[in-house]
Write a protein that binds this ligand. Sequence first.
Ligand SMILES: [Zn+2]
Length: 145
Amino acid sequence: MNCDLCRREELLIKGEYPYLLHEFNHSWWLLGEHQYYRGYSVLLIKGHYRELTDLPAATATAVFSELLAAHQSAQDFWHPHKMNLCSLGNVVDHLHWHLFPRYQDDPKLKNPPWLQMQEFDTKKISPNEAEKIILEWKKTFAFKG
Ligand SMILES: [Zn+2]
């Protein structure tokens, strides 16, 4: 298998990926391995689909609800000024969204988050740090069902 995100899914299925915030029916919501933007997360679609239009219609609708739920929860938990959602897939063509909370004290708030991507790895978090954030999130915002 030649897809990084399919390999990540295999780890998630085995319970061996420590950045899981929540498993939805059609997607996994993951805390970002870096926190350059506090609260950065990724919604990863289950199964290797390249385009939104490749999803069965009912799945696409369900995925949109899951994206909205993750978006709302990120907003409620991290209180950003604005959420930036991106789905590009030019590097890994397995459908996923990046959810970047953006804050008012960011001097580059008006720029797309990708302009800072060279610095993302300077804010990597360990699985232990991720676990603390995820536990904090679960106390208040864990989804039901
Ligand atoms: Zn894949």
